[in-house]
Design a protein. Structure first.
Length: 140
């Protein structure tokens, strides 16, 4: 890691992990890595100028959201959304939107918005067209 600059405030570990998770989420959903493609934790840590620990913590957040999948002793890869899961995510999104409309909740509750966001993330990842496994992809 390079020396820190005096004019840049040092972020607490949780804020750093959250910021990296947000950035990685955007990169995954922008298909910077293909579904099934393994992520290089060390290279990502270098990209952000941090140690591997906050990257690992951020990856755990994305695993919990279903965007990444961990493989014991093999690393982490972008989740491949199977056709059935894609259909389920579309159906869940439709049901959530109907529920919000029926309740007159244009803004929606925080829980409803969170669930809708998760379904939409899964749809975006799944609509990548289920390409053939990327070079270096981890097997199922």
């Amino acid at each position: 890691m390079d020396e820190t600059r005096a004019d840049v405030p040092r972020l607490p570990r949780a804020a750093l992990c959250d910021a990296i998770a947000e950035s990685l989420r955007a990169r995954v959903l922008a298909l910077e890595w293909a579904p099934g493609e393994a992520l290089d934790e060390l290279a990502i840590a270098r990209d952000y100028g941090v140690s591997r620990t906050p990257v690992r913590e951020a990856m755990k957040v994305l695993q919990h959201e279903g965007l990444l999948q961990a493989w014991v002793r093999r690393g982490v890869a972008v989740t491949v959304v199977e056709p059935q899961e894609l259909q389920e995510a579309a159906e869940l999104r439709r049901l959530l939107l109907e529920h919000a409309a029926a309740r007159g909740a244009s803004a929606g509750s925080p829980l409803l918005l969170r669930m809708l966001n998760l379904a939409e993330q899964r749809l975006r990842l799944g609509q990548a067209g289920l390409p053939p496994p990327a070079p270096g992809a981890l097997p199922p």
